[in-house]
Write a protein that binds this ligand. Sequence first.
Ligand code: NAX
Ligand code: ATP
Ligand code: MG
Length: 357
Amino acid sequence: VCILMCASFYYGGGLVSESGPAEAAHCVFVVDHSGLKLARTLNTLTLFISSVFERFYGLGSTSHRGMEDDILPLVKNIVPPLTSKKHKGQDGRIGIIGGCQDYTGAPYFAAISALKVGADLSHVFCTKDAAVVIKSYSPELIVHPVLDSPNAVEEIEKWLPRLHGLVVGPGLGREDLLLKTVIEKSKARDIPIVIDADGLWLVTQQPSVIQGYQKGILTPNFMEFTRLYEALPMDSSDYQRSVMQLSVAMGNLTLVLKGEQDFITDGSKVYSCNLEGSGRRCGGQGDLLSGSMGVLAHWAHAVPGPDNMNPSVVAAFGACSLTRQCNSQAFQRHGRSTTTSDMIQEISSAFKKLFES
Ligand SMILES: NC(=O)C1=CN([C@@H]2O[C@H](COP(=O)(O)OP(=O)(O)OC[C@H]3O[C@@H](n4cnc5c(N)ncnc54)[C@H](O)[C@@H]3O)[C@@H](O)[C@H]2O)[C@@H](O)CC1
Ligand SMILES: Nc1ncnc2c1ncn2[C@@H]1O[C@H](COP(=O)(O)OP(=O)(O)OP(=O)(O)O)[C@@H](O)[C@H]1O
Ligand SMILES: [Mg+2]
């Protein structure tokens, strides 16, 4: 049973059901922090078992596929046509939860990127002292100075019925006490939720807050990923396996492990986005990614797509492609001086090149 359990877990399955690993591959099990410890033990066991399988039977394991030519057309299909028949807001009203005294750029980058990708309205819910600063960056953003007010949850909750998607975490700092409640209320509204940066800190502490929510997307960088699942042997050959196993352990949540290649999975397959970017690693690129992902996730879940493709994976692939394309275009102009602000200026042409040509 142990070997079967390990093998099924390794092959992206859950716990073994009496019908065997094929079924188990679709069973979702809820794990809390201690459950992740069990998953880690299993993971070590499965890595050993799988190396035996691979050595003796040459069995491939996780199938990761760069599927640009298969997925990019799916991204194109979710982009809503611009028509005079629509009213303001119909193409997306996105909320960014983040922004504190230390970090005001991140929520701005995420919010303005959402607008530039095609959302009609972009709201930022931040602390009082960050609000004035972010408002000064741009009149296009609707900035709510509520995160550190005593009735912060009520202040955010009254906007939730009008929002199509949330991006939680950019520049949030440690204001994550209220996050759990806001995430729960947002899940109840069945809207896509992208969790990045300091929002991932909360998920690290309490995986159950987002676990199993099919419209949830986590966008960790390498450091954030290793903190999420600290005991994973994260060597280069295991990225795909690790990201797949964390997704399964989190109830088939969509995961984006950002890096030289972005690895995207909902636990069934691993897709890699390795569109040419550049060697420039300025801060804020992940915020452009999370903001654009917030809009694409709303669009992807709003239209019918192929049954065998998770809309969150399509949205994630689109956002990763767009961010890397913006990086590449900005780098061609600015070289090592490229900043995220330069990349945001490239969103329009990058979007046209990728999704409208
Ligand atoms: N111009 C700006 O305002 C920018 C602000 N940024 C913000 O800066 C903050 C830090 O982001 P960095 O990318 O620098 O990340 P760090 O490398 O500082 O930390 C990575 C993430 O892990 C979390 N973390 C830190 N220590 C941890 C621990 N012991 N266990 C678990 N999680 C831990 C942090 O909250 C952070 O979100 C984030 O809120 C991010 O959004 C960045 O996005 C860069 C640009
Ligand atoms: N080594 C790399 N080569 C090419 N692209 C990369 C590399 N590392 C990251 N990227 C790309 O940069 C973007 C941001 O990833 P990064 O790991 O910098 O996120 P982050 O640390 O969360 O950023 P932020 O500073 O906004 O918090 C992603 O689109 C990712 O694909
Ligand atoms: Mg980040």
